[in-house]
Write a protein that binds this ligand. Structure first.
Ligand SMILES: [Cu+2]
Length: 156
């Protein structure tokens, strides 16, 4: 269970207690809303052939722990970068790597070579656009990034 999941459980338990107590005027519980993960959350990303699963599209500014799990058969990595230029991650991947390093700032790069050996890093994310890729190659030498292991998310 994630910290967020635990917190939600505690809040639900508290709400249940409050409802049982007739002296407490409990308001409506409200419907769960779809919100981007809050700061301090763990983001569990699953790598398979050939995509990242569980990557958010938007995040609030703050510190996050990214955990990469390899559920595929090949080796995968998670290379997270802050995009300083106007290009999309697709456009960046068309450029020579020297240009990419000028238009991005690496946040971190972790490799999860085997299943059941998740690996993590923490990062304080500032507002802006972040790109993520896997630069490993498939048996036919195609970059995983070209096969779909790429994307971006926005921090607001
Ligand atoms: Cu990969």
């Amino acid at each position: 269970m994630t910290r967020r999941g635990l917190l939600v459980s505690l809040l639900l338990a508290l709400a249940a207690c409050a409802q049982d107590d007739p002296t407490i005027d409990s308001g409506p519980l409200g419907q769960p809303t779809e919100q981007p993960p809050a700061a301090d959350d763990e983001i569990v990303v699953t790598a398979v052939e050939y995509e990242f699963q569980g990557m958010p599209e938007t995040l609030s500014e703050g510190e996050y722990t990214f955990t990469l799990e390899n559920a595929g058969k090949e080796k995968h990595e998670l290379y997270l970068m802050y995009i300083t230029g106007p290009q999309s991650i697709e456009e960046l991947l068309e450029l020579p790597s020297r240009s990419v390093s000028k238009l991005t700032q690496a946040v971190d790069r972790i490799v999860a070579p085997y299943p059941d050996q998740p690996i993590s890093f923490s990062a304080a994310l500032v507002p802006g656009r972040f790109g993520y890729v896997c630069y490993f190659r498939s048996p036919d030498r195609t970059l995983h990034s070209a096969l779909g292991m790429r994307g971006e998310f926005t921090v607001a």
